[in-house]
Design a protein around this ligand. Structure first.
Ligand SMILES: Cc1cc2nc3c(=O)[nH]c(=O)nc-3n(C[C@H](O)[C@H](O)[C@H](O)COP(=O)(O)OP(=O)(O)OC[C@H]3O[C@@H](n4cnc5c(N)ncnc54)[C@H](O)[C@@H]3O)c2cc1C
Length: 460
């Protein structure tokens, strides 16, 4: 029997179109391993909501592997040490994995390559980050030309089938998934998640199939929070339960406006990885230095700023559209994209709180929390990023709420306002009992933000 090899799984929890599985299975028996490393230096461990998803995704993968006479080996600790221990126990050295681009994953890949015979494969993105380049052979920093260049290299390779998995002569020991306590018990703040989501490869394809019936309406509906207009594939894509190549090919040359716009949104995911591959601390540091000097209201030092941050997190700002979004996030681990933009802009510009506080809250509460996507979007909204909206473009939440017909969305997520008619719901003149007054006045907050920005610019 040929020697077995390890498939080191991370955010690529699928069997089909998974080049690491494909390569390992073509060579001989396969030992699939997932290592939970919470404490590695410089590592951001998954937030609470992401851990909930991870638990269910690993459980689904365990079931899929069991059905194919295989197993999922779970280990905890430093990835290089854990994989070396599995390799020793199995008497092998070959490891296959997909390439990932978070700075801590790149560090882990180097450590594993130092200890074992690691082969890295592409497959988590439409094109490997940093390979789509400008005429002067530089990676892109602006989305539109990036997308034009990426689009010209499409379609991606045809998706690979599910591999035929052979079992090794002996299985190494594994942790029990439940013993990792990835899901909350008391209090069970994730009780609403299960009504909303089903994790795993099969569920990801079901979700895609459902969306393919709606993609024709995507162009208009994706901006309306009250409609189910977007694909809701983000957690599936983040955890690699489905590949972007599979999603691309499922659109099967559909040239409608909806499908075209959807492809460009998928490309933002690739673009974000290109940014973190160029700027590894993009989730922690503003790209434009004047933003580090801006006189943010600091929740660590200023009690009023701390109270405002808490009100934003809890969905009690007195701005119905912001509160609806923040409550949707807490209840389901996901928020509609348009509302993510409004809520993020409100924190940074209306409350004048550094985007990094918002980025961290999203990191902890989103089931799709993704280092690249989260950082890229927060820096875009704040105006501090490489490719960013101007700081002076301050979203007016009440105007946005009416423009994108968010009435029913607000009624659903802010029950205190459920009885209000459309004319009142975006900005209730008389606040029903229990619903707060606005934390800030829109005009005054706008002036405060613009003055702080002017000051930071003048000081640079
Ligand atoms: C402040 C802020 C923070 C965000 N944080 C995250 C995050 O942590 N993880 C995350 O996956 N998305 C993030 N997004 C992007 C976007 O909101 C979500 O990807 C989208 O809402 C997911 O819903 P969907 O799958 O229905 O998207 P669809 O509209 O159906 O899009 C399809 C896929 O394209 C990708 N995509 C779409 N929009 C973007 C975008 N703007 N940037 C990057 N990729 C995109 C996602 O993988 C998404 O699943 C953030 C946006 C904002 C404004």
């Amino acid at each position: 029997m040929p020697a077995a090899s390890i498939v080191w799984l991370r955010r690529d929890l699928r069997l089909a179109d998974q080049p690491a599985f494909h390569a390992a299975a073509s060579a001989g028996p396969v030992i699939p391993v997932y290592v939970l490393d919470d404490d590695g230096a410089g590592r951001r461990k998954p937030g609470g909501a992401a851990r909930w998803w991870l638990h269910h995704s690993l459980a689904a993968l365990e079931r899929d592997l069991d059905e194919r006479g295989s197993k999922l080996i779970l280990r905890r600790g430093d990835a290089a040490a854990a994989l070396a221990a599995v390799a020793r126990a199995a008497g092998i050295a070959a490891v296959h994995a997909l390439h990932h681009y978070e700075p801590w994953e790149i560090a882990a890949e180097k450590a594993v390559a130092g200890a074992l015979d690691l082969t890295l494969h592409d497959g988590a993105y439409l094109a490997p980050p940093l390979t789509v380049r400008t005429g002067s052979d530089k990676p892109y920093r602006i989305f539109t030309p990036f997308w034009r260049a990426l689009g010209a290299t499409m379609p991606p390779a045809d998706p690979l089938p599910r591999p035929h998995l052979r079992a090794p002569a002996n299985w190494p020991a594994s942790d029990g998934l439940d013993d990792w306590h990835l899901v909350p018990t008391s209090p069970d703040w994730a009780s609403g998640f299960a009504k909303e989501w089903r994790a795993g490869e099969i569920a990801a394809h079901d979700q895609l199939d459902d969306f393919l019936h709606r993609v024709g309406d995507y162009e208009e509906d994706r901006n309306l929070p009250a409609r189910d207009g977007s694909s809701r594939l983000s957690p599936h894509l983040h955890w690699g339960e489905i590949s972007p190549g599979q999603v691309w090919h499922a659109l099967a040359g559909n040239r409608g406006k909806g499908a075209d716009t959807f492809r460009s949104e998928l490309a933002w995911r690739d673009f974000a990885q290109n940014l973190i591959a160029q700027f590894p601390d993009y989730g922690d540091e503003p790209y434009r230095p004047e933003y580090a000097r801006l006189a943010w209201r600091d929740p660590m030092r200023d009690a009023a700023a701390a109270a405002d941050l808490k009100a934003w997190q809890r969905g009690r700002t007195g701005y119905p559209i912001v509160d609806a979004g923040m409550r949707q996030l807490w209840a389901t681990g996901w928020m509609h994209n348009r509302v993510r933009m409004i809520a993020a802009s409100f924190l940074v510009k209306h409350l004048l709180i550094d985007w990094r506080h918002g980025e961290r809250w999203f990191w902890d509460t989103l089931v799709d929390a993704d280092y690249g996507n989260n950082a890229t979007n927060w820096q875009w909204i704040a105006g501090s990023g490489v490719d960013a909206s101007l700081f002076s473009r301050i979203m007016a939440p009440l105007v946005q709420s009416a423009k994108f017909a968010a009435g029913d969305y607000i009624r659903h997520w802010v029950p205190e306002l459920a009885k209000l008619p459309d004319a009142d719901i975006h900005d209730p003149a008389d606040r029903p009992r229990g619903y707060p007054e606005p934390l800030v006045d829109h005009r005054a907050a706008r002036e405060r933000a613009l003055a702080a920005y002017r000051h930071a610019r003048a000081a640079s």
